[in-house]
Design a binder for this molecule. Structure first.
Ligand SMILES: *Cc1c(COP(=O)(O)O)cnc(C)c1O
Length: 397
């Protein structure tokens, strides 16, 4: 909401908790460079070293802090693969708040370990859609076998917050304040690149709603906007959930039922139900409004990447760098590898920076399936896409 101040201080209490794992390492990926035999220099910012294994904790701690300061006792949220829920569970406990998490049903069953992590930190976890809310009951009645989506889980979490005293709903991506919290990633990277004596030609982040992408890229985009620095910024999204590459820029709801305010965003339509691919964190129908506007004005590029390509890249990265990446992060890795391959073809030096948003140690079921040949690409047809895009009210002509 603040449109006046260029800088917003990180509160002392938030910094104290950040100190547990921040600053995160900026790593030169020598192993990957060698494996690709590329003249490009590849750097990655390693957000996987946070206590919950992803960048999500940067915003979870800030949000729990502000909720506590406001005198709240309870918060609610939704989670897809469980990354945001895990982060917020830890943050809520740190500030003495009670947390209820609506977890997308398919992940609740397929990814039980993240549910256990949330419960370990003391949160209550409910599979969504559930019978505990009007929104959930409505969806279950219409479609008893529905495996859930982030949009549905958001509707449920918002409804519970509205009906519980002293309670607010929190969101782990998409909204502008979340992007703001995540800029700590890029601000550190900016200093660390300077220490390494380099400046990136390309900055890459994987893209769900846009928080880790905005986090790593905003501080660099600032140079592009203010001083005209020549720098490319790339969002890497899954081909099965391609809001930035195949969506529409339109006012849309952030949730499935339509409880949230309308947000101008690149969207696939709020009733879009993404395929059950293994990147829970990227299966969301819309993009944050600032990122959407930047995309619309061509300040940033977007690429869509197929599931099998991301796992191939993930294995190469794991084998050359020793870190098993989150399936979400593998989209950024794939885009970085493509840039490094282009550098090789052109015989040109190039500095690439990408964000490793998290590790994949709790996503081994997905690796298992890839290694045993049970994963496939999911081709989203125009017909499918037009169904949900066609339901969008054309407010922006
Ligand atoms: C949630 C998540 C994402 C996607 O969310 P953004 O808001 O787009 O960053 C990416 N990577 C990981 C590891 C995640 O947990």
């Amino acid at each position: 909401m603040n449109q006046k101040d260029q800088w917003i201080e990180i509160p002392e209490e938030v910094r104290d908790l950040y100190k547990i794992w921040r600053p995160t390492p900026l790593v030169r990926a020598y192993g990957l460079e060698k494996a690709l035999d590329t003249p490009a220099h590849i750097y990655f910012k390693n957000e996987s070293v946070s206590p919950v294994g992803s960048h999500k904790l940067n915003s979870a701690i800030a949000q729990a802090y502000y909720c506590k300061k406001e005198g709240l006792t309870n918060i609610t949220t939704e989670t897809g693969a469980g990354q945001w829920g895990a982060a917020l569970s830890y943050a809520a406990k740190a500030f003495g708040l009670n947390l209820a998490v609506y977890m997308v049903k398919i992940s609740y069953h397929q990814k039980p370990y993240r549910r256990s992590i949330m419960e370990t930190f003391g949160a209550e976890v409910i599979a969504s859609p559930s019978m505990s809310t009007k929104a959930g009951r409505k969806i279950i009645t219409a479609n008893p076998n529905y495996q859930g989506s982030l949009g549905t889980a958001i509707s449920e979490a918002v409804e519970l917050a509205l009906e519980t005293p002293n309670c607010k709903y929190t969101l782990g991506s998409v909204l502008n304040h979340v992007m703001l919290h995540q800029t700590v990633i890029g601000l550190e990277a900016e200093k660390q690149m300077e220490m390494a004596g380099e400046y990136p030609d390309v900055v890459i982040g994987c893209f769900g709603g846009g928080s880790n992408f905005s986090g790593i890229t905003s501080p660099f985009l600032r140079h592009k906007l203010v001083t005209g620095k020549d720098i490319r910024v790339i969002a890497a999204e899954p081909a099965s959930c391609p809001k930035l590459t195949r969506g529409q820029f339109q006012y849309d709801f952030g949730d499935e039922i339509g409880y949230t305010p309308l947000i101008p965003m690149f969207t696939l339509g709020h009733s879009f139900a993404p395929a059950n691919i293994h990147v829970g964190g990227l299966r969301y129908h819309g993009a944050g409004s600032i990122v959407s506007q930047l995309r619309r004005d061509n300040f940033i590029e977007a690429v869509d990447i197929k599931q099998l390509d991301t796992f191939k890249a993930a294995l190469l990265f794991a084998q050359s760098e020793g870190i098993i990446p989150a399936p979400e992060s593998s989209h950024a890795i794939t885009a970085a590898i493509r840039e490094a391959e282009i550098a090789k073809e052109e015989g040109k030096a190039k500095t690439i920076l990408f964000n490793l948003s998290g590790h994949g140690l709790i996503d081994m079921t997905a690796y298992d399936q890839y290694i045993s040949g049970d994963l496939s690409n999911y081709d989203l047809t125009d017909e499918e896409l037009n169904k949900t895009l066609g339901q969008l009210e054309q407010i922006i002509k």
